[in-house]
Design a binder for this molecule. Sequence first.
Ligand code: TXA
Ligand code: MG
Length: 546
Amino acid sequence: MNTIYYRVTDPAADREKIEHAGQILRDGGLVAIPTETVYGLAANALNPEAVKAIFTAKGRPQDNPLIVHISDYSQVEALVEKVDERLPALAKEFWPGPLTVIMKKSPLVPNVTSGGLDTVAIRMPSDPVAAAIIKAAGVPLAAPSANSSGKPSPTRAEHVTADMDGKIEMIVDGGQCDIGVESTVITLVTEPPTLLRPGGVIPEELERILGEIEISPAVFASLKEGETAASPGMKYKHYSPAAKVVLIKGNLKRTAAYVRARDDGSTCVLCFEGEEDAFTCPSIVYGRKDDGLSQANGAFDALRKVDESGFKTAFVRCPDPTGVGLAVYNRLLRSAAFNVVELDTAPCVIGFTGQTGAGKSTVSQWLGKRGFIIVDGDILAREAVKQTDVLAALAECFGDEVILPDGSLNRKKTAEIAFSSPENTAALNAITHPAITRLALEAISSAKSSGAKGVVIEAAALIGSPIMSLCDLIASVTAPAEEREKRIIARDNLTVEEARRRMSAQYDDEYYARHSDIIIKNGSGDDFTVYAEELIKAVDALNEGV
Ligand code: TXA
Ligand code: MG
């Protein structure tokens, strides 16, 4: 199909284009129209065949009902069983505008329009181009958002073109939508009325007219990271780019540390104006921090940009869910498929490493006395290879000889085989790393309830390991080589040759400096507590966000 594209800025000046759109709609065609919320994909709401074409063009499930758009209050009566007595007051206050009201439907409304329900959703857009097209069509228009089902809603004509070009008769470009998120949906069928979808009209405004209203639990419903959807409605991912979206609740500093640790080079962040520099990965600004309307304006566009720029993961700063921000929060929650990370209540995680003999344990014991939980990475690694699935995978990969008669791992044999070639080492890591990460996450989440200042994960081979991606901060302990040599000779009863051999496999100070946020110097001439206090200050700053 050849899609006609019109740009209309002033409906009075562009009368012919408006009439043309009205004609197509009367004839059962589809026209994408601008509204003050998002672009709508319109068809004659009373023509079942035309409405079916909407579902086809969008790839939308047929059981999802559509909103019926009117241009004049007098159109309501024919669409409903009975005009609710509260409608006039609502209409006076909010129509035309971003409010959709659900009432019992009349037989005039086809089942395909109402998704098989006995109710109808009605809204009167305030956008002058939308109003003019509805009027020109002479019939109420069913219009869902003009995006492919599941994708972010379109707030500019180019978004519509990206999803609908060639699939519909006409696209009318009226510029950027004023609000940027879909209308508020309230049903008057329940008592008290229930807010089904937050939007430009906020709950407090509705309560002023209606008295008490209920907010559907689905508005806030969220799952913790890792949990699976319990209710069927949550299986639907909405407003989503192809990239993975993760909503982050937490202060800017913690969020930046969290994102940095997980940046794999195809990661971006959706943040507020002025925050760009806090992030090491590319950022897409979607609004101002304390301005829900500006966030509504930018959110869907920002989500689309994630895919356009080829990012695979987008971490999103969580908006304050009040005022119009509630609608933004509700949409972002769904675009993230309820994948929310709560940093405010999570302990700060410090990855702790350093050269052999530098004194990691001395420093971490000191940190333990200062309110940190210490997790020994070596113990995690040893625990990981006790797990039956890990043992089975190792036997499968390296042969039964790596399993001792008592069923436990022959660590010596495993090390011999695994470190005999880079391929074998990679195979060992691929098997053990996920288990180690799982154990580390368990240790972190159990520390959460203990009220600890933070969790210190001590691991010699931390840098480049998967545990590093769980850490908000990396700290390394270093000491002069001669001193480390003396220490390990005394500690492990080594000869000088043995000590030197072990130390030759170690990285130098520069390596640790490059990969750490904080260096804790622990030579005999140093007072390590001075540096460790710096670490504590950095943790406090992350927790407080300053
Ligand atoms: O701002 C808007 O409302 C935009 C513009 C184009 O007007 N339209 C829009 O339509 O967002 P759509 O189809 O994407 O969303 C309609 C929402 C859906 O969540 C649908 O389930 C709900 O309204 N809805 C429609 N009729 C309903 C009914 N009878 N009962 C319950 N929910 C209904
Ligand atoms: Mg939609």
